[in-house]
Design a binder for this molecule. Structure first.
Ligand SMILES: *Cc1c(COP(=O)(O)O)cnc(C)c1O
Ligand SMILES: [Zn+2]
Length: 409
């Protein structure tokens, strides 16, 4: 029903071969289905949103390892939309997944696949959420988990999750790109299953974000999907999935895939702007949005293709713009996300002000992880709680309430 295929030289590999890049040219791999054998219609897809609703387009045959991921809410951003003159601005809150980020969509598929392939342990390098999610799904599956984290650069909530769910947590004295290089070697040499987004099976799960978006709008494809870009797996996966739906005749067009990166960590946005065929690695990526603090995105080639072929674009935003957008989402819309997630909304605002996004566009921002993932950044950017004595007068005083004594009859 499906096989692995190199996106560069077209070499094909059987679905059950444990392989992460092409043996001939080191190119990235895609899961390619025999689409003539998949009969899937809008009618078949009635019912509530969830990852496993789209099983016909997922590479798992048996019972999956699941915690009921997906089915995340889409919120109409009425106030932020009004401020930038855009009626149809939406946020899909991926922080509402079981471990609090979209990584769960990839891990439910990836860990199911690991078991199907008979692997005995799983591993990843992570800016945080991948490790949290893998720890959760590893626990669910009963398979040992190893995670490599860049020392001192992972948000508190994410480390807490990886530790509590029982992963072996290794703190590497280097950045994410170093950790990824090391875990790739570790996995290939020791027969451990690698679940970074270079793993094509994991990306299959993440494409369900796109499925849910078009499904939610009754198969009316939005004009644009905006998302934060780190390793660039997600933008790639969503684009691939929507192309498959188009191939099957379920949708009729592809939204403009729009990637947002932090200014200090923007190899993909820079390549899109300069028209370069490939990225130049950012040796010292820096941003408050630690989930997208990646200088050498493994899925760059796929992502550049997704952005260009869909007529989308990529843009950078400053840390200040990211933190402002995080606060706007929280205060004006009641949507709590971590800094990286707010990059998509910061990008929406910037692209709208630049005139790139038109008045009548329907735009969906993917907000990728929950506010509580990174409490330290929040505390730094909000006023401290006001301390008072334990009396009503003291509270009224700080609240500026003047007592209007109502006489009891
Ligand atoms: C992983 C992650 C990203 C980046 O996704 P990529 O697929 O690596 O581009 C963005 N935001 C959050 C919260 C993440 O956890
Ligand atoms: Zn190849």
């Amino acid at each position: 029903m499906y096989h692995l295929e190199c996106i560069k030289c077209g070499a094909k590999y059987p679905a059950d071969e444990v392989i992460y890049t092409c043996k001939k040219c080191d190119g990235l791999l895609d899961v390619v289905y025999d689409y003539s054998k998949i009969h899937l219609t809008r009618e078949d897809l009635k019912g509530p949103l969830s990852v496993w609703k789209y099983k016909a387009l997922l590479p798992v045959s048996g019972e999956p390892v699941t915690l009921k991921e997906g089915g995340t809410p889409i919120y109409h951003m009425k106030k932020i939309g009004a401020e930038i003159g855009l009626k149809e601005a939406y946020a899909k809150h991926e922080g509402m997944n079981p471990s609090g980020s979209f990584k769960d969509r990839g891990m439910t598929v990836g860990v199911s696949k690991a078991l199907e392939l008979g692997m005995k342990s799983v591993a990843c390098a992570s800016t945080g959420n991948t490790s949290a999610s893998l720890a959760v799904y590893g626990a669910r599956a009963g398979i040992p988990v190893i995670v490599l984290l860049p020392q001192g650069k992972v948000a508190l909530g994410k480390v807490a999750q990886a530790l509590m769910h029982g992963a072996r947590v290794i703190s590497v004295k280097g950045n994410f790109d170093d950790a990824l290089r090391l875990v790739r070697e570790l996995c290939i040499e020791n027969g451990i299953y690698l679940l970074n987004s270079i793993n094509p099976y994991r990306l299959e799960g993440q494409k369900t974000i796109g499925f849910e978006i078009v499904d939610y709008f009754g198969w009316e494809v939005p004009d644009r999907i905006i998302l934060p870009v780190g390793n660039a797996g997600n933008i790639t996966a969503i684009y691939k999935g929507l192309n498959e739906m188009k191939k099957l005749g379920i949708i009729d067009r592809i939204p403009k895939m729009t990637g947002i990166q932090a200014e200090g960590s923007a190899p993909i946005a820079k390549a899109i702007k300069s028209g370069a065929a490939n990225i130049s690695v950012e040796e010292h990526p820096e941003t408050v949005a630690t989930a997208i603090r990646i200088g050498d995105p493994v899925n760059a080639v796929k992502a550049l293709n997704a952005i260009r072929k869909s007529g989308g674009t990529a843009e950078t935003v400053t840390d200040e713009e990211i933190l402002n957008a995080q606060k706007m989402l929280a205060v004006k819309e009641g949507i709590g996300v971590e800094p990286a997630s707010a990059a998509s909304v910061a990008g929406l605002i910037k692209l709208r002000n630049m005139g790139v996004i038109e008045d009548d566009e329907r735009v969906v921002c993917v907000v990728t992880g929950h506010l509580l993932k990174d409490p330290e950044t929040v505390i730094k950017n909000c006023d401290k709680p006001i301390e008072v004595e334990a009396s009503e007068e003291a509270i009224e005083k700080v609240l500026g309430i003047k007592k209007m004594k109502v006489k009891a009859k």
